[in-house]
Write a protein that binds this ligand. Structure first.
Ligand code: SAH
Length: 200
Protein backbone atom coordinates (compact mmCIF):
# COMPACT_ATOMS: atom_id res chain seq x y z
CA UNK A 1 0.00 0.00 0.00
CA UNK A 2 1.22 3.49 -0.82
CA UNK A 3 2.15 5.83 2.05
CA UNK A 4 -0.78 7.96 3.18
CA UNK A 5 0.91 11.03 4.54
CA UNK A 6 2.36 12.99 1.67
CA UNK A 7 3.62 16.06 3.48
CA UNK A 8 1.76 18.76 1.58
CA UNK A 9 -1.30 16.88 0.37
CA UNK A 10 -4.17 17.95 2.61
CA UNK A 11 -7.38 16.87 0.88
CA UNK A 12 -8.44 13.63 2.57
CA UNK A 13 -10.38 12.59 -0.56
CA UNK A 14 -7.19 12.76 -2.61
CA UNK A 15 -5.21 10.74 -0.05
CA UNK A 16 -8.01 8.18 0.09
CA UNK A 17 -8.07 7.88 -3.71
CA UNK A 18 -4.30 7.29 -3.78
CA UNK A 19 -4.71 4.65 -1.08
CA UNK A 20 -7.51 2.86 -2.93
CA UNK A 21 -6.34 2.78 -6.56
CA UNK A 22 -4.18 -0.35 -7.07
CA UNK A 23 -1.16 1.15 -8.86
CA UNK A 24 0.31 -2.34 -9.41
CA UNK A 25 -2.53 -3.00 -11.87
CA UNK A 26 -1.47 -0.03 -14.01
CA UNK A 27 2.17 -1.04 -14.60
CA UNK A 28 3.59 -3.84 -16.75
CA UNK A 29 3.62 -7.24 -14.94
CA UNK A 30 7.42 -7.29 -14.59
CA UNK A 31 7.33 -3.96 -12.69
CA UNK A 32 4.57 -4.84 -10.24
CA UNK A 33 7.07 -5.19 -7.37
CA UNK A 34 8.05 -1.58 -7.88
CA UNK A 35 4.53 -0.16 -8.10
CA UNK A 36 4.54 0.97 -4.46
CA UNK A 37 7.66 3.05 -4.89
CA UNK A 38 7.14 6.77 -5.21
CA UNK A 39 8.70 7.23 -8.63
CA UNK A 40 7.61 7.17 -12.28
CA UNK A 41 7.76 3.81 -14.12
CA UNK A 42 7.84 2.94 -17.83
CA UNK A 43 4.52 1.78 -19.35
CA UNK A 44 5.75 1.09 -22.90
CA UNK A 45 5.82 3.23 -26.06
CA UNK A 46 8.42 5.46 -24.37
CA UNK A 47 5.79 6.74 -21.90
CA UNK A 48 5.65 6.68 -18.11
CA UNK A 49 3.13 6.40 -15.29
CA UNK A 50 3.77 9.41 -13.04
CA UNK A 51 5.13 9.32 -9.53
CA UNK A 52 2.17 8.87 -7.10
CA UNK A 53 3.16 12.00 -5.20
CA UNK A 54 2.82 14.09 -8.38
CA UNK A 55 -0.52 12.43 -9.21
CA UNK A 56 -1.75 13.34 -5.72
CA UNK A 57 -0.35 16.88 -5.94
CA UNK A 58 -1.87 17.59 -9.36
CA UNK A 59 -5.21 16.19 -8.21
CA UNK A 60 -5.13 18.37 -5.10
CA UNK A 61 -4.20 21.61 -6.86
CA UNK A 62 -6.93 20.99 -9.45
CA UNK A 63 -9.44 21.40 -6.56
CA UNK A 64 -11.82 18.77 -7.87
CA UNK A 65 -15.20 18.33 -6.23
CA UNK A 66 -17.55 15.37 -6.46
CA UNK A 67 -19.89 17.14 -8.92
CA UNK A 68 -17.12 17.97 -11.43
CA UNK A 69 -16.70 16.66 -14.96
CA UNK A 70 -12.97 16.45 -15.59
CA UNK A 71 -11.02 16.24 -18.85
CA UNK A 72 -7.60 14.61 -18.72
CA UNK A 73 -5.19 14.76 -21.68
CA UNK A 74 -2.64 11.90 -21.71
CA UNK A 75 -4.40 8.76 -20.42
CA UNK A 76 -1.20 6.67 -20.45
CA UNK A 77 -1.86 3.75 -18.11
CA UNK A 78 -5.15 5.22 -16.85
CA UNK A 79 -3.83 5.60 -13.28
CA UNK A 80 -4.35 9.37 -12.99
CA UNK A 81 -7.81 8.95 -14.55
CA UNK A 82 -8.65 6.32 -11.92
CA UNK A 83 -7.55 8.64 -9.10
CA UNK A 84 -9.57 11.52 -10.60
CA UNK A 85 -12.63 9.27 -11.00
CA UNK A 86 -12.79 8.77 -7.23
CA UNK A 87 -12.92 12.49 -6.46
CA UNK A 88 -14.98 13.68 -9.48
CA UNK A 89 -18.33 12.83 -11.03
CA UNK A 90 -17.03 11.90 -14.45
CA UNK A 91 -13.66 11.71 -16.20
CA UNK A 92 -13.00 12.08 -19.92
CA UNK A 93 -9.48 11.07 -20.92
CA UNK A 94 -7.74 11.39 -24.30
CA UNK A 95 -4.63 9.44 -25.37
CA UNK A 96 -2.77 9.86 -28.68
CA UNK A 97 -1.21 6.36 -28.74
CA UNK A 98 -3.82 3.80 -29.82
CA UNK A 99 -2.31 0.83 -27.96
CA UNK A 100 -2.16 2.74 -24.68
CA UNK A 101 -5.71 4.07 -25.08
CA UNK A 102 -7.05 0.57 -25.75
CA UNK A 103 -5.12 -1.02 -22.89
CA UNK A 104 -6.19 1.70 -20.44
CA UNK A 105 -9.84 1.40 -21.47
CA UNK A 106 -9.77 -2.38 -20.92
CA UNK A 107 -7.90 -2.09 -17.63
CA UNK A 108 -10.30 0.54 -16.23
CA UNK A 109 -13.28 -1.56 -17.29
CA UNK A 110 -11.84 -4.69 -15.65
CA UNK A 111 -11.19 -2.76 -12.44
CA UNK A 112 -14.78 -1.51 -12.46
CA UNK A 113 -14.33 2.23 -13.03
CA UNK A 114 -17.67 3.10 -14.58
CA UNK A 115 -17.31 6.89 -14.79
CA UNK A 116 -14.24 7.14 -17.05
CA UNK A 117 -14.47 7.60 -20.81
CA UNK A 118 -11.28 6.98 -22.80
CA UNK A 119 -10.81 8.25 -26.32
CA UNK A 120 -7.98 7.66 -28.80
CA UNK A 121 -7.16 11.06 -30.27
CA UNK A 122 -4.98 14.15 -30.22
CA UNK A 123 -5.72 16.01 -27.02
CA UNK A 124 -4.91 19.35 -28.69
CA UNK A 125 -8.55 19.55 -29.72
CA UNK A 126 -9.92 18.40 -26.36
CA UNK A 127 -13.30 16.66 -26.36
CA UNK A 128 -15.67 19.22 -27.91
CA UNK A 129 -18.86 17.09 -27.77
CA UNK A 130 -18.64 16.80 -24.00
CA UNK A 131 -17.36 20.32 -23.27
CA UNK A 132 -17.38 22.47 -21.25
CA UNK A 133 -15.45 20.83 -18.41
CA UNK A 134 -15.22 21.99 -14.81
CA UNK A 135 -11.60 20.89 -14.55
CA UNK A 136 -8.88 20.04 -17.09
CA UNK A 137 -5.55 18.31 -16.49
CA UNK A 138 -2.80 17.71 -19.05
CA UNK A 139 -0.26 15.04 -18.07
CA UNK A 140 2.34 15.74 -20.77
CA UNK A 141 4.52 18.85 -21.01
CA UNK A 142 3.17 21.52 -23.36
CA UNK A 143 5.07 24.48 -24.82
CA UNK A 144 1.92 26.51 -24.23
CA UNK A 145 -1.64 25.55 -23.39
CA UNK A 146 -3.68 24.40 -26.42
CA UNK A 147 -6.31 27.13 -27.07
CA UNK A 148 -9.10 24.56 -27.59
CA UNK A 149 -8.59 23.32 -24.03
CA UNK A 150 -8.81 26.80 -22.54
CA UNK A 151 -12.01 27.29 -24.55
CA UNK A 152 -13.45 24.03 -23.21
CA UNK A 153 -12.84 25.08 -19.59
CA UNK A 154 -16.00 26.28 -17.87
CA UNK A 155 -15.93 29.77 -16.28
CA UNK A 156 -15.02 29.26 -12.63
CA UNK A 157 -12.89 26.24 -13.60
CA UNK A 158 -9.26 25.24 -13.10
CA UNK A 159 -6.76 23.74 -15.49
CA UNK A 160 -3.41 22.21 -14.46
CA UNK A 161 -0.53 21.21 -16.73
CA UNK A 162 3.25 20.97 -16.98
CA UNK A 163 4.73 23.63 -19.24
CA UNK A 164 8.22 23.78 -20.67
CA UNK A 165 10.81 21.93 -22.74
CA UNK A 166 12.46 18.54 -22.15
CA UNK A 167 14.49 19.71 -19.16
CA UNK A 168 12.85 22.62 -17.41
CA UNK A 169 9.13 22.43 -16.77
CA UNK A 170 6.80 24.03 -14.26
CA UNK A 171 3.38 22.94 -13.20
CA UNK A 172 0.99 25.73 -14.15
CA UNK A 173 -2.54 26.34 -12.89
CA UNK A 174 -4.96 28.44 -14.91
CA UNK A 175 -8.04 29.81 -13.20
CA UNK A 176 -10.89 30.99 -15.41
CA UNK A 177 -13.13 33.51 -13.64
CA UNK A 178 -16.88 33.90 -14.06
CA UNK A 179 -16.33 36.45 -16.84
CA UNK A 180 -14.07 34.04 -18.71
CA UNK A 181 -10.72 35.75 -18.11
CA UNK A 182 -7.79 33.58 -17.13
CA UNK A 183 -5.14 33.99 -14.45
CA UNK A 184 -2.07 31.78 -14.26
CA UNK A 185 0.17 30.60 -11.43
CA UNK A 186 3.42 28.70 -11.67
CA UNK A 187 3.47 26.07 -8.89
CA UNK A 188 6.43 23.67 -8.75
CA UNK A 189 9.13 22.30 -11.07
CA UNK A 190 8.21 18.92 -12.60
CA UNK A 191 9.42 16.44 -15.24
CA UNK A 192 6.92 15.04 -17.75
CA UNK A 193 7.16 13.39 -21.17
CA UNK A 194 6.45 15.90 -23.95
CA UNK A 195 3.01 16.62 -25.35
CA UNK A 196 3.09 15.56 -29.02
CA UNK A 197 0.61 16.42 -31.76
CA UNK A 198 -1.00 13.84 -34.02
CA UNK A 199 -2.01 10.26 -33.26
CA UNK A 200 -0.17 6.93 -33.33
N1 SAH B 1 -1.55 10.18 -16.91
C1 SAH B 1 -0.79 8.99 -17.29
C2 SAH B 1 0.68 9.26 -17.56
C3 SAH B 1 0.91 10.24 -18.61
S1 SAH B 1 2.33 9.99 -19.62
C4 SAH B 1 -0.92 7.89 -16.26
O1 SAH B 1 -1.56 8.10 -15.23
O2 SAH B 1 -0.40 6.79 -16.51
C5 SAH B 1 1.82 11.15 -20.86
C6 SAH B 1 0.84 10.60 -21.84
O3 SAH B 1 0.40 11.67 -22.66
C7 SAH B 1 1.47 9.56 -22.78
O4 SAH B 1 0.73 8.38 -22.76
C8 SAH B 1 1.41 10.26 -24.13
O5 SAH B 1 1.22 9.36 -25.22
C9 SAH B 1 0.22 11.19 -23.96
N2 SAH B 1 0.18 12.32 -24.89
C10 SAH B 1 1.19 13.11 -25.31
N3 SAH B 1 0.75 14.04 -26.18
C11 SAH B 1 -0.60 13.85 -26.30
C12 SAH B 1 -1.64 14.47 -27.07
N4 SAH B 1 -1.40 15.47 -27.92
N5 SAH B 1 -2.91 14.01 -26.93
C13 SAH B 1 -3.19 12.97 -26.11
N6 SAH B 1 -2.25 12.33 -25.38
C14 SAH B 1 -0.97 12.76 -25.47
Amino acid sequence: MLPLTYWDIHDPRVLEAIRIVPRERFVPPELQQEAEEDRPLPIGQGQTISQPYIVAYMTEVLRVDSENRVLEIGTGSGYQAAVLSLVAKEVYSVERIGNLAMAARERLKTLGYGNIHVRHGDGSSGWPESAPFDRIMITAAVKSEPPALVEQLRPGGFMVFPQGGRRVQYLVRITKDAQGSCARESLVPVVFVPFVRGIL
